[in-house]
Ligand binder design. Structure first.
Ligand SMILES: N[C@@H](CCC(=O)N[C@@H](CS)C(=O)NCC(=O)O)C(=O)O
Length: 198
């Protein structure tokens, strides 16, 4: 059975899974699941993922897997998107855990509130903006002159972090303030063969 991915195309978390499947030429079926229409909260969907969130993968053998970074790690097992070196692999996970706790909750949430709930930038909670800017600065510093976040090649760390960084402007952030991040976004988009976010 083909891999099935339940995802909402507006969601960076869901796009991470799509990009990894495409990069690794893993065939998949995409089931568009509209978060704004609460399609993640229907009884049928909750039976698949009690957490009521996308992305959700149904593996070839019918088992389910949630959490974008866990799905990416599973799909990319044994590929060059995960460093073979144990320290570099751990650094990649360092970025993945940081993304979920210190970047996505601010950069993605500010973007969701502005772009999808119609909130003006002036009404965003100041903490969201401060923490989002701090996350972007951490990325700027973490790139440290390198082309990618870990080692010298594209890893899951870049894919996870580019997902919401590339659309940070939709949440009121200006990537011109983070030139290394801006150049890295373009590099990762090119590596993944995706068009720059408008
Ligand atoms: N930590 C989760 C976050 C998943 C998540 O927040 N999904 C959102 C879309 S980006 C969702 O499904 N929201 C719908 C809901 O909570 O009902 C992951 O990385 O997969």
């Amino acid at each position: 059975m083909t891999l099935t991915v339940y995802g909402d195309s507006i969601s960076g978390n869901c796009l991470k899974v799509k990009w990894v499947a495409e990069r690794l030429a893993i065939p998949y079926r995409w089931v568009e699941t509209d978060v704004l229409k609460a399609q993640t909260r229907t009884p049928d969907f909750l039976a698949l993922n009690p957490a009521g969130q996308v992305p959700l993968a149904i593996l070839g053998d019918g088992r389910t897997l949630a959490q974008s970074n866990a799905i990416m790690a599973h799909l990319a097992e044994g590929s060059d998107l995960i460093p073979a070196d144990s320290y570099e692999r751990a650094k990649m996970y360092e970025w993945l855990f940081w993304e979920q706790y210190s970047h996505e909750p601010y950069v993605a949430v500010a973007r969701f509130q502005m772009a999808y709930l119609g909130k003006p930038a002036s009404e965003l909670e100041p903490r969201l903006v401060e923490r989002g800017k701090a996350a972007l600065q951490r990325l700027e510093d973490g790139l440290d002159g390198g082309d990618f976040l870990v080692g010298t090649r594209l890893t899951l760390a870049d894919i996870a972090l580019v997902a919401y960084t590339r659309v940070a402007h939709e949440g009121g952030f200006d990537l011109a303030d983070y030139p290394a991040v801006k150049a890295w976004v373009a590099r990762v988009e090119a590596a993944l063969g995706i068009d720059p976010a408008p």
